[in-house]
Design a protein around this ligand. Structure first.
Ligand SMILES: [Fe+2]
Length: 507
């Protein structure tokens, strides 16, 4: 006897198979298997000494405008395997998860009890189809010495603006960990001048954000970067809405947060609760490094002075207000404790916006960014004092500005003689701002006016680092173009940083 449930499932299967012609009613009632379910690839993230998160999201038709990727409104059973070898001869774990329509058929497998400092391979199977294989790593055991961290990071991947070649070049390097520092998607509608077409208009609701994420994951270069190494992600403004600072309606924020969680290899601790999602957390890499991931978006005070994200000049008193915060009190207290209790050689601060002081106005005029830490001077001074007090070797990893920069964060920004407390490495974008140039006409003036800033490159790309207890080497990787596919990457700047001395030494 056909139950209502079987009829509904049969109807969904018939709809899904309409393109391939009619099927016998009995086969439909048995549910024809869904085909090509793994078009969004696989990912892993949040490595710990004993575990990692495995991710996939099922979609047969990623550009479907309802954001559900062409999937029927029913649960799908997804098997997963974890092995020590890429041929899956030594499977060490396996299991089954349920992909649910209310989670856009995303699957998060949070593994525990694995070997520290180990390489693993994983894959998923559903409805007779097999995903591609992903490679992932667990972090070294707590306090363990002698293990390097090969970390690459980037930001700002605007699909319409160009090809995601930077992701491919990151994957080519086989890093241990990829940090993504915000603007994984852009919420914008269609540009008049665009390199690639996207589906859907501006992201305003859950369907819109889900669709935009699905669109991105159809990109083979991005999928390659996810499949090669675990990721650690934080968001910036465009993951929700341009330049947002608490002023986005809760409904839209909740939709963006939910789609973000569904589409990223995050832990359950990062599951959103309405318009709140705790994104700040630390990832520990043995004795070498603690990576503290910060959220400078969700808890920041409104923009100073002009009320928006403009660069302001000559100055205004509000940005110097000692009560202003970019992290919010809870996150700042958490970060204070992380730095106080850290025993790693390096404390990496993965975050969104320019931290070092930067005068963006040419000549004797001054122009401070309202969006970066220059608009929240009290927060920066507090963090610098904390780094100094606990004698941490801090390196700030930054995105947002669509160009490579390197420089130093000062201890007291009202005292030009105060020594620096940290190096800041700012990555360029994957695509945002288009092909770019190595230098612009006023680049040298800008560097001359900001002597604590030592490097600029205006192309697209990523930053590649190798971090040991003895030194951190940094390669700024650049691409000659992104408006065409497949550009080779070149190193536009190389530096070495040594513990105890926040100085960028030429490599
Ligand atoms: Fe951006």
């Amino acid at each position: 006897m056909l139950t209502r449930r079987a009829l509904l499932a049969g109807g969904a299967s018939l709809a899904a198979s309409a393109a391939t012609g009619p099927r016998p009613v009995r086969a439909a009632a048995r549910r024809a298997p869904l085909r090509d379910l793994f078009r969004l690839g696989v990912a892993s993230g949040e490595p710990a000494p004993d575990g990692v998160v495995l991710w996939t999201r099922l979609a047969t038709d990623p550009p479907a405008l309802d954001g559900l990727g062409g999937m029927p409104r029913r649960q799908v059973s997804v098997d997963w395997q974890l092995a020590r070898d890429e041929h899956f001869r030594h499977v060490v774990r396996h299991g089954t998860e349920t992909a649910r329509p209310e989670a856009a058929h995303s699957v998060h497998v949070e593994l525990e009890g694995l070997e520290p400092g180990a390489e693993y391979f994983y894959r998923f199977r559903a409805e007779g189809g097999l995903s591609e294989t992903g490679r992932t790593l667990t972090a070294p055991a707590p306090g363990s010495r002698g293990r390097a961290l090969n970390l690459s990071f980037t930001s700002c991947a605007d699909y319409q603006t160009g090809w995601f070649t930077a992701y491919r070049r990151m994957a080519d390097d086989h890093p241990d960990l990829i940090a993504f520092l915000g603007d994984y998607v852009y919420e914008y509608g269609d540009y008049e001048h665009r390199v690639r077409d996207q589906a859907g208009g501006e992201c305003l609701d859950l369907a819109g954000y889900r669709l935009r994420h699905a669109q991105h994951k159809t990109d083979p270069d991005l999928r390659a970067a996810h499949a090669i190494a675990p990721w650690a992600v934080v968001w910036d403004d465009h993951d929700v809405r341009n330049a947002w600072a608490g002023d986005v309606p809760r409904r839209r924020r909740a939709a963006a947060f939910r789609a973000y969680y569904e589409n990223m290899p995050l832990r359950r601790a990062q599951r959103p609760h309405g318009a709140a999602l705790r994104l700040h957390r630390s990832i520990r890499w043995g004795a070498v490094a603690n990576l503290h991931l910060l959220d400078t978006r969700q808890y920041r005070d409104p923009y100073a002075c002009t009320g928006d994200s403009d660069t302001v000049g000559p100055d205004c008193a509000e940005r110097l207000d000692p009560g202003r915060t970019i992290l919010g009190p809870e996150q700042q207290t958490w970060l204070d404790a992380e730095l106080r209790d850290s025993h790693a050689t390096w404390d990496l601060l993965g975050q969104q916006v320019f931290m070092m002081e930067m005068d963006w106005a040419r000549g004797p005029a001054e122009g401070w960014s309202n969006e970066g830490w220059d608009g929240y001077v009290a927060s920066r001074d507090h963090l610098a004092a904390t780094i100094h007090a606990h004698r941490r070797n801090a390196v700030v990893l930054t995105g947002d500005v669509h160009s490579h920069w390197a420089g130093q964060v000062g201890r007291d920004h009202r005292d030009p003689g105060a020594e620096p407390v940290a190096v800041e490495l700012v990555t360029t974008s994957v695509t945002s701002a288009g092909d770019g140039r190595d230098e612009y006409p006023d680049t040298r003036n800008l560097l001359a006016e900001n002597p604590h800033v030592s490097f600029f490159n205006g192309r697209r790309g990523y930053v590649r680092t190798r971090i040991t207890e003895r030194e951190m080497t940094v390669d700024f990787r650049s691409l000659a173009y992104v408006t065409r596919p497949d550009a080779p990457a070149y190193t536009s700047g190389s530096f070495v940083i040594e513990p105890g001395d926040p100085t960028l030494n030429p490599a």
